[in-house]
Design a protein. Sequence first.
Length: 574
Amino acid sequence: MENPGTIKENEIGGESTPVVSNFIREAIKEDIKSGRFGGKVITRFPPEPNGHLHIGHAKAICIDFGMAIEFGGHCNLRYDDTNPSKEEQEYVDAIEADVRWLGFDWGNNLFYASSYFEKMYQWAVQLIKAGKAYVDDLAPEQVREYRGTLTQSGKNSPYRDRSVEENMDLFVRMKNGEFPDGSKTLRAKIDMASPNINMRDPVMYRIINIPHHRTGTTWKIYPMYDWAHGLEDSIEGVTHSLCSLEYEDHRPLYDWFLDQLGIYHPQQMEFARLNLTYTVMSKRKLLELVKNKYVSDWDDPRMPTLAGLRRKGYTPESIKNFCERIGVAKRDSIVDIALLEHCLREDLNKKALRAMAVLNPVKVIIDNYPEGQTEELDAINNPEDSGAGSRKVPFSRELYIERDDFMEEPPKKFFRLAPGREVRLRYAYFITCTSVEKDPSSGEITVLHCTYDPATKGGSSPDGRSPKATIHWVSAAHAKNAEVRLYDKLFSSEDPNTSPDGNFLSNLNPDSLKVNTICKIEPSLANAKSGERFQFERIGYFCVDPDTTAGNVVFNRTVSLKDEWAKITKREQK
């Protein structure tokens, strides 16, 4: 597992914000010091609009925008919309919403690869005329066969030595839509014996006779990412083109295209992408989960998409803090999802209002409490935030408590309610269980009879006694019903990509969602609005789901109170 990097003080702009040192930051500092790029810092975030962004993209967003902001530059949001067969306007809109939700703004710097199609085409013509590109008739499977392997050189296509005139004629006809999909490609003429397989005459253009969401039917040929990437960066004046590590072997090709064209040349730099336990980051696999209904949609709270995390109750601050803590490395590794959850708990602990909810209720009757009486007791909204104030919670003779907070025959280390045992009710009184009622057919406990000590109002005793356990409750007469969706990890394996049958779907967790319709909540929660986050005391953090309607509030479990990361850290320190 990857550990967070060393926290240091930010040396830029005289700030003292704690940040994790990383090699990209140091490289940019050196470039500024040397005057490279005129001291400017322009980055870009280049998503392909073929799906929703996920937590791995959040890391890239934080690096791309974060470095630009830190060094007084700007970051372009540029859509790599070069494959109309997979791209949709829906994804464009979702990407913008996600980037804004994280707290970043591209200002006037919104660009599309499709805006540069004509310029890219003219540059391709330039390479053809220079004898550096050719039209190839090999089918895709033949191209792969001719490319060779990591240990075996490739071999030249039989169409590699076409004349400039023939290549120009064919390329123009490709552009005009005279040929079917897959029948021809434009390839760079580099070196089929190169030890870097990416330099073995890579494809620059393929034929796709599908309307584009921005350019319609204007184009019949579309650029490959390796061809388009550097050209887009050059056009936009990008200084530091920050990519994930899989593009390291593509950098010589990035450089070759720019050098052959003799145009402005940004610097490509690579960092390790985010890999997270119990999670898949492949857009193809995420799309499969959505299309085959393993999840409800891209924003299903079990998905690692930013839309899913937002719906589950994650805050942008917790995600940005997580991305900062894991740092920027040059080596691939896997980060334990417990760290992400830890960052969320840290943030929600400071922000989330407290409330009481009983997920699995059993009724308590306080026999010596006056019938028909109701009290309004003071409850703290957030002990971590003095400005959050307090609220009133109703208390009456009949209550609900968690069924798990009572045991008829408790083991030695069970300190909650049991026959003859006294416990503290949060914000209320001490109660003692005197007897139980059971369903005669099933034997299930239906009612707990208790007595209370009136002198312990507020949860303290004048004689100094203190029960070993404090439990939460809601007044039965005032409780409201709620639907609670108890989300767990979508996959049961730390690495869902490994399974005996080679299918990641085999690792799906059958218990990743349980729906609770018997939950009782305190009345203050009845009017909670979509997106609001609460800590259900002693249970966990919950967020109001957009499915909430008048009279039917729906909560999603965001994260439990149990902090696995703290245990991992403590274990590693031993």
